[in-house]
Design a protein around this ligand. Structure first.
Ligand SMILES: NC(=O)c1ccc[n+]([C@@H]2O[C@H](COP(=O)([O-])OP(=O)(O)OC[C@H]3O[C@@H](n4cnc5c(N)ncnc54)[C@H](OP(=O)(O)O)[C@@H]3O)[C@@H](O)[C@H]2O)c1
Length: 306
């Protein structure tokens, strides 16, 4: 198969690598639906908010500050509002939960999109490695705090990454969540994205017997602000090779939009999606016992933080 035909090929969903967020939501009327998107001021989160609002959904976009969130919401056509949610600050996440619950709007989907990648040096938040905290723990607090607002058919979509494959051999280093013993940028990012997968897996298991779902997605490789911590040389190579190896932002936002609102995705649960189709993650990311252990450990950590 040529590169062109591979890029143009579609999977069983009817969508594929080159499908955009507008294409996977074409013809959908999301009027009356409410979707919360974290990290709405940049990259995939902003495009997700734009397209879901364009299709008629009310989008609650969160960002580190209320100013950033409101500016992003004001930049899109349709119904959107901004709320502060600094994922590294449990008090900010709790305030976001209280604000959203007070709105009294049932949530049809929550998209855990915000994230940071490959910090060159070890950094910690409340004793935990920063990517693990931001990408996993912050979203754990947010989602578990919003469960009462999720509709009967509500969907939780968690941004993981193909980079979950770079997680340590054991998946999660439970004995070194602060990365005190060792730190490697891509391993730490991979661990946080592996945690995103396990979180969706366990949440989906806890939804068993309901029509709620939880899934993880890999959006593709897209040049966004996510690369801000990357070596400038690597970024330059990315820039040159971009059109060949990278998705555009509209293509990158497709899978999370598909998982969050497409009618055909409503019965997909506990899965990993890429290119708007169910895909296979690293084998141990399907390990239900590991997923349950991460949930219990995170619950314990959060109980001490709150
Ligand atoms: N781009 C890719 O190739 C790629 C590949 C695989 C997976 N992903 C995943 O896709 C998601 C979106 O990434 P992106 O590419 O759109 O990156 P991006 O443009 O850098 O956007 C990331 C968003 O997360 C927010 N964020 C970061 N730290 C936060 C914190 N502590 N509290 C609240 N918000 C925070 C950022 O806010 P600020 O702007 O204020 O920092 C920004 O809004 C991430 O989860 C990423 O891991 C991306």
């Amino acid at each position: 198969m040529s590169l062109y035909s591979w890029l143009a090929s579609k999977g069983p969903s009817g969508f594929g690598y080159g499908s955009t967020a507008e294409e996977v939501t074409a013809g959908l009327d999301l009027t009356g639906k409410t979707v919360l998107v974290t990290g709405c001021n940049s990259g995939l989160g902003l495009e997700t908010m734009r397209v879901l609002a364009l299709r008629g959904a009310h989008v609650i976009g969160t960002a580190r500050t209320v100013e950033k969130a409101r500016a992003a919401a004001a930049s899109v056509q349709g119904s959107a509002e901004g709320v502060a949610c600094e994922l590294e600050d449990p008090a900010s996440v709790r305030a976001c939960i209280a604000t959203v619950l007070a709105m009294g709007r049932p949530l049809d989907a929550v998209i855990c999109n915000a994230g940071i990648m490959a910090l060159p040096r070890r950094e910690t938040v409340l004793g935990l490695e920063r990517q693990f905290f931001t990408n996993h723990v912050g979203h754990f607090i947010l989602v578990t705090g919003l469960l009462d607002a999720l509709t009967e058919t509500g969907r939780v979509v968690v941004l993981s990454s193909a980079a979950h494959r770079n997680a340590p051999r054991e998946g999660i280093r439970f004995d070194d969540l602060g990365a005190d013993k060792s730190y490697q940028a891509w391993t730490a990012y991979g661990q946080s994205k592996f945690a995103n997968l396990l979180f969706a897996k366990e949440l989906g298991r806890r939804f068993a017997g309901t029509r709620r779902t939880a899934n993880a997605v890999h959006p593709g490789v897209i040049r966004t602000n996510l690369g801000r911590h990357m070596n400038p040389m690597a970024m330059a190579v990315f820039g040159l090779a971009g059109p060949l190896v990278l998705k555009s932002i509209p293509e990158g936002a497709a899978t999370q939009c598909y998982a969050a609102v497409h009618p055909d995705a409503g019965a997909i649960n506990q899965k990993y999606l890429a290119d708007s189709n169910v895909a296979r993650p690293r084998a141990d990311a399907e390990d239900e016992a590991l997923a349950r252990k991460l949930w219990e450990v995170t619950e314990g950590l959060v109980a001490r933080l709150l």
